[in-house]
Design a binder for this molecule. Structure first.
Ligand code: NAP
Length: 229
């Protein structure tokens, strides 16, 4: 195995596994993931396919949807399509998922997900309640792909929470044993579930080239660079 196979074996693999740990410890039944065609999102999808965990992947283009569908994803929704919200409500009604992870942060997508969860939860309710359902909905923001303010509209009832999620905090909570357990899995699936693919290899001087800075700063799908000092 090439040493490069281990170059990205910590942050994204442990974060994807960490989401599943959070889902289990906080007793949720599945995950909604935004910007799901990311490097991390593809790992999470592979984990969920292998472990039979319900996962709703939200992406922002047809190409990204195809990428995840070709990797065995069951639910892939394209937020740029006109029927996105309707499809989201249907998928949430079907799966009863009430946990979401959001690396976008800014804008209204988090709010859309919470509102769709509430709409799905209230679909079978027979009596109107002005305070909404009692179904608890949790959304964790774990990135800042969109640095603008997070907009939350209030069509989500009162049983919800939005919080931050950071790998280092969660690893501390998990303790050494928990971290070792996750790393064992990463090691044994390093070239499959947790494989990363690189657009290009850059030496140290090349990292500083303006064209390269522009490219790797974009945080685009499938555009990771391997630094070879
Ligand atoms: N909290 C933690 O502990 C933790 C740990 C690991 C990673 N992270 C965060 O997780 C995120 C994903 O990391 P990664 O390495 O997997 O990313 P990545 O492979 O670079 O992919 C980023 C993805 O986000 C999409 N994207 C970029 N800007 C967006 C926007 N404004 N709205 C919607 N989608 C957008 C891109 O789609 P396009 O191609 O369409 O641009 C791409 O699919 C990053 O934000 C990273 O900081 C956080």
């Amino acid at each position: 195995m090439e040493p490069a196979a281990g170059a990205a074996m910590f942050v994204n693999p442990l974060t994807a596994l960490g989401f599943v740990e959070t889902m289990r410890t906080e007793r949720f039944r599945g995950i909604v993931h935004l910007a799901a065609a990311s490097n991390l999102g593809q790992m999470l999808n592979r984990i969920c396919v292998a472990d039979d965990i319900p996962l709703i992947n939200v992406v922002r283009s047809g190409e990204q949807a195809e990428l995840l569908t070709n990797q065995g994803a069951r639910y892939v929704l394209d937020s740029s399509s006109p029927d996105y919200e309707e499809k989201l409500r249907s998928a949430l009604y079907e799966t009863k998922i009430t946990l979401a992870f959001d690396p976008i942060g800014g804008g209204f997508q988090a709010s859309q997900v919470l509102a769709a969860m509430e709409a799905a939860a209230s679909r079978d309710v027979s009596a109107y309640n002005r305070y909404g359902t009692e179904v608890f909905k949790q959304l964790y923001i774990y990135g800042m792909l969109n640095p603008s303010p997070t907009v939350l509209d209030r069509w989500v009832g009162f049983a919800w929470s939005v919080g931050g999620w950071l790998l280092t905090h969660r690893l501390k909570q998990m303790g050494k044993e928990g971290e070792a357990r996750l790393l064992d899995r990463v090691r044994s699936e390093l070239t499959t579930t947790f494989a990363s693919h690189y657009t290009a290899r850059l030496g140290l001087p090349e990292i500083l080239h303006p064209d390269n800075i522009r490219s790797y700063s974009r945080k685009a799908t499938g555009a990771k660079y391997l630094v070879t000092p």
